[in-house]
Design a protein around this ligand. Sequence first.
Ligand SMILES: [Zn+2]
Length: 235
Amino acid sequence: MSEFEFVTSSGEKIPVVITVRTGARNITLRPRAGDVRRIDATRPFISANSTVMKFVEQKRRWLERFFANAPKKEHLKSGDMFDFLDMRVRVIYDENLRGNKFVLNDDGTWTLFVGGDAGMLENRVRMFIKTELLKQIKDLIRQTPRDFWPKKICLRDTTSRWGSRSTTGTMSFSWRLAFAPFDVMRYVVMHELAHVKHMDHSPEFWALVRGLYGFGVERARRWLNQNGAGLHKFL
Ligand SMILES: [Zn+2]
């Protein structure tokens, strides 16, 4: 616990570390988002800490945006759980296992047993997720008319876009959609497929998205707008 904190609108408490700089004229703020998230502040000798905190409050919008765009990475350890396309999955490291084992439990949750080198746990989980997600995306696309099918589908780790399509016919998706609800991932896929016919976001485009996706396009979009940044916090 730090003496001074910045509480984001989502309730995250970020410590504010205040240093006095003799000879400084202004208060400075430097938000940090690495393994440790904090705000480094410096103030002149004559200012008070309360003035610094008032200044932090004035800069709230900027700070909120900074931390939202740099979500904290959560390291995955054996025993941890994560959401994977509507499934609650617990990761268990099993040194005697060669590959992975994905098992449905009686309570409806899943267990992903991961073997191999313990230091490679996150890598293996990431590979498993990507392979599964790609399979599911391909299954979804196969259910649409053939003239929507891309030449190639690949997964990327982009922060700016959930899906995109190249002029050569390759469709790319962010692998982090795996942490979203299934229908949100499905929405992104249908959105990109609709771009095969309409390059813009015209009413005709949205009508096609609704035709491909069905009821609930707005809800999926809203979910992504509100929770999209959080999908980057894992691995
Ligand atoms: Zn679009």
